[in-house]
Design a protein around this ligand. Structure first.
Ligand code: UTP
Length: 296
């Protein structure tokens, strides 16, 4: 029997330099995809997967993120008074229960592994999820829910994985596969950003279900690729110590919203998926493409 996963860590302490100057004054996680900040997509996905406790690893300058989760009483009563019930429902759907959110500070951006380690006391001795808000995934059921369902069968630790072209593996953590069971693979190793000879073309993307022993591995605070304390290394240590780590080829499309091109692609995909926008937006996009073609 696997233990229920009720806690998720959201590491949001990175500097977000790829989005300067926007991230000079706003956290990357507040940037808006259609009409919702990136963090809301991550929260909704976590809730759908049964997560009840939300742990944010923040840093200096992330105040707007904390404010976002406060209840907006004045706004709520004004919408109520004016009978804007639809907007009121949208607003209320972003409310979080008192005590469901905790914030812990990462004082220096020493890497993703270090950010997760900063939350160790709030996680304790139970399995937990990690969600990177940069990776926005369009999928049904949502990616973390697919992972929880698979994890209930496998136990151990589990990462979300997807196939990438061979020349792109150097940008990711990459799985070394021991056994390929179709949707699920069992890993015999994991390498962060391999410069050459990637062990496979299965890249790890920003969703994890981790055994609490990963936190012990992070205690070593070992510097890895790029001089950062890497989560990948702590997961690879799990395998080296004989514990199971699996990858799930999730069903869905992942957008790298930590990069400008990825964010733009996500904007198009999520815009086209919205009933209230898709007609006008699709017409606009086809006009733009037709004009581009005519100009060639
Ligand atoms: P990124 O590698 O995208 O780094 O981190 P970044 O600082 O956010 O953005 P760039 O590269 O400067 O544009 C991946 C995730 O890990 C978190 C980030 O907030 C992001 O969600 N992270 C990274 C931390 O919380 N702490 C760190 O020390 C590093």
């Amino acid at each position: 029997m696997t233990r229920k996963v009720t806690k998720a860590i959201f590491p949001v302490a990175g500097l977000g330099t790829r989005f300067l100057p926007a991230t000079k004054s706003i956290p990357k996680e507040i940037m808006t995809l259609v009409d919702r900040p990136l963090i809301q997509y991550a929260i909704d996905e976590a809730r759908a997967a049964g997560i009840e406790e939300f742990i944010f690893v923040t840093s200096r300058g992330k105040g707007a993120l904390e404010d976002y989760f406060d209840h907006a009483h004045e706004l709520e009563s004004s919408l109520k008074k004016s009978g804007k019930t639809e907007l009121l429902d949208i607003l209320r759907s972003t409310n979080m229960d008192s005590g469901a959110i905790a914030y812990v500070r990462q004082h220096k951006a020493l890497g993703l592994g270090h950010a997760v380690w900063c939350a160790r006391r709030l996680v304790g001795d139970e399995p937990f999820a990690v969600i990177l808000t940069d990776d926005v995934i369009m999928g049904e059921p949502p990616c973390l829910q697919q992972m929880i369902e698979a994890y209930q069968e496998t136990g151990g630790s589990m990462v979300a994985t997807m196939e990438v072209p061979a020349d792109k593996t150097k940008a990711y953590g990459v799985l070394d596969v021991a056994e390929d069971m179709g949707a699920i693979v069992r890993a015999q190793g994991m390498v962060e950003k391999p410069k050459e000879n990637p062990p496979s073309n299965l890249a790890v993307i920003g969703r994890y279900i981790l055994a609490p022993t990963v936190l012990n591995n992070l205690n070593k605070l070992k510097q890895g690729s790029g001089g950062e304390i890497q989560l990948t290394d702590a997961i690879a240590d799990e395998i080296a110590e004989g514990r199971d780590v699996f990858g799930l080829r999730f069903r869905g499309q992942r957008f790298d919203c930590g990069s400008k091109a990825g964010f733009l692609q996500a904007t198009v995909a999520f815009g086209l998926a919205r009933d209230d926008l898709k007609g006008e937006f699709a017409d606009y996009l086809s006009d733009v493409l037709a004009m581009r073609k005519a100009a060639e």
